[in-house]
Design a protein around this ligand. Sequence first.
Ligand code: DC
Length: 234
Amino acid sequence: MNWVKSLDVILKLVKNIITIDGPSGVGKGTLAFSLAERLGWNVLDSGLLYRLIGYLSITEGLETTQEIVQFLNKSKIELITNLDEGLCEIDLNNNTLGIELRNENIASRAAELAKEEEIRNAIIKIQRNAYDPEKGLIADGRDMGTVIFPEAALKVFLQASPEVRAERRANQLKEKGMSVIMHDLLVQIQLRDEEDMNRKISPLKPADDSLVIDTSNLSIKEVEGRVIKNFKKL
Ligand code: DC
């Protein structure tokens, strides 16, 4: 029995979860929704949960980790996959949040708070509950394959140069009517990479058994083609 097979036995690998990890702006979200539409599965945008935490710390004036965790524990938080719009939203105590969470200031705050173990632990259950075995799940984030869904049979890790990612992110923000300063965006992306890769708890890194794809010179269709080819082999 080879080591992949042994892992299969130990973890009971699950075929209808695909994890997609990687740094910001690498194309995880676009790939996740393209695959979800093709397979009829749900999407977990785990970054949106960390953005929610960043957003709440600012809007609710939650200063300590303890205050944030208490707020999370007493709230109803649900992730909604909006396939028509190609994005996830969050239902927080019956209020839908989406656009409010998608700016770089919130993302930077999210990356800072994501270093805290208590905060990461507080949202593990919400993330795992996003998997409906009847439906299948594409899980997008930084630690989906390493920590949240190690049982996923297919784990994808996307990478691309910071310059390519900054340009992609700039285009996305412009499409949403937001103004962008390229240099600032590149610096923010590099800072966020630093924080995400170097934190002690659940740092951004490929799972040992992941399919690593450099998307710098690939179209979304080409990336999707590689993932589907590997998915069919399962
Ligand atoms: O994917 P995103 O850009 O929306 O994520 C925002 C931040 O949230 C990211 O810089 C780090 C944090 N994050 C995390 O620590 N773990 C995840 N699984 C997803 C996001």
